[in-house]
Unconditional design. Structure first.
Length: 366
């Protein structure tokens, strides 16, 4: 503070030193010869004192604040594209199951894209309006699926084969909010002895348990992360807004949770999803008259029969007349066995609605 006052008093435009130079102009020539040199020495000395004091002050601050003299850490800007991140997540899961990653050219020939896959010459996919042809005779095109990669992989590898083929594919489609001419596929190929649909089911079950969707649901329900609910709400809203089947919905109905869970979690995840759906353009009111009658036990690790017995008479309905003749859309985070939703539908049917539909962020198979 003292150094600042020193600068204000002597070195600024209206300070004492500058004022001396202004008065210097009115002196006689003989006086200017005598005082001019001394005035310049005075100005230099004042500036020198200020600069030295400023350096000492900064040095003292560095010592007191223990400033690290090492260079700072570099902070990377930006992040990976969501599609790239999702593909990496998917391939990582399949690699843990023993699948290899196979890739192939995006500019493909007719044999690998159509003929080797038993697509006849009159198949609609071969038409100009469905496929981007680069040239004809011989036909060269932008691949319409990553199945062509599987053909190339089988040409160069003998069974047993276990591989997935992620990549971009191209279709001659109109670009809209729901479709694009460029999108991504991940196809799997598993050839071996004693392979059945049970292997397919277990592979898909493992994938869903390890996928990013499972992690987001876990964040929502057990880490109290509301942002996960907002994400699911935005995704569901996009699907609802762009589908005329849901244009007549009168009420969104979130599946209620018990008071114990509400106290522990701090919010109802289905209600958070409903609020996010409305915030993202699907303007339908929320009906909260579906309530829980009792404290149900946790449904985790229970099969369908156990869940059905546990959820029987779980819900109660208020404001019956509000829902009569209305089109209802039940909102939940995930369908596991469907027992909870069946109980909720049975309760809502007492109000004689026109229709009941269901929208969830995810579902699992048992």
């Amino acid at each position: 503070m003292k150094l600042f006052r020193y600068k204000i008093r002597f070195l600024v435009k209206k300070g004492l030193v500058n004022q001396l130079f202004i008065d210097f102009k009115d002196l006689a020539s003989e006086e200017k010869k005598i005082l001019g040199k001394e005035l310049n020495v005075l100005k230099s000395r004042v500036e020198e004192l200020y600069n030295n004091a400023e350096v000492e002050l900064r040095s003292a601050q560095c010592v007191n604040e223990k400033i690290n003299p090492l260079p700072g850490y570099y902070s990377e800007l930006g992040s990976r594209h969501p599609i790239s991140a999702i593909i990496d997540e998917m391939t990582s899961i399949f690699e843990r199951l023993g699948f290899s990653i196979s890739t192939g050219p995006e500019i493909e020939d007719d044999w690998h894209n159509f003929t080797a896959l038993n697509l006849p010459e009159y198949h609609p996919a071969r038409d100009m309006q469905d496929t981007f042809f680069i040239q004809t005779n011989p036909d060269t095109l932008l691949r319409t699926h990553t199945s062509s990669v599987q053909v190339r992989y089988m040409e160069n590898n003998k069974p047993p084969i276990r591989t997935i083929s992620p990549g971009r594919v191209f279709r001659n489609e109109a670009v809209s909010s729901r479709s694009h001419c460029i999108f991504h596929q991940v196809e799997g190929l598993y050839i071996d002895k004693d392979v059945s649909f049970a292997d397919l089911k277990q592979t898909l079950l493992y994938f869903t348990k390890e996928s990013i969707v499972q992690k987001i649901i876990f964040e929502l329900k057990y880490k109290q992360n509301k942002k996960a609910g907002y994400l699911f709400g935005r995704l569901i809203a996009n699907a609802l807004v762009n589908n005329s089947k849901y244009s007549q919905i009168d009420y969104l109905i979130p599946i209620p949770i018990s008071k114990r869970k509400l106290k522990k979690r701090g919010f109802n995840q289905s209600l958070i999803i409903c609020e996010a759906i409305i915030a993202n353009g699907y303007q339908v009111p929320i009906f909260t008259g579906l309530v829980t009658l009792r404290e149900g036990a946790t449904q985790t690790h229970k099969d369908r029969l156990q869940r059905s017995a546990e959820t029987h008479s779980l819900f109660s309905l208020t404001q019956f007349n509000t829902l009569k003749g209305k089109h209802l859309l039940i909102i939940d985070d995930v369908i596991t066995t469907g027992a909870t939703l069946e109980t909720a539908c049975a309760c809502l049917m007492q109000a004689q609605p026109a229709s009941i539909q269901i929208a969830t962020a995810a579902y699992t198979y048992y």
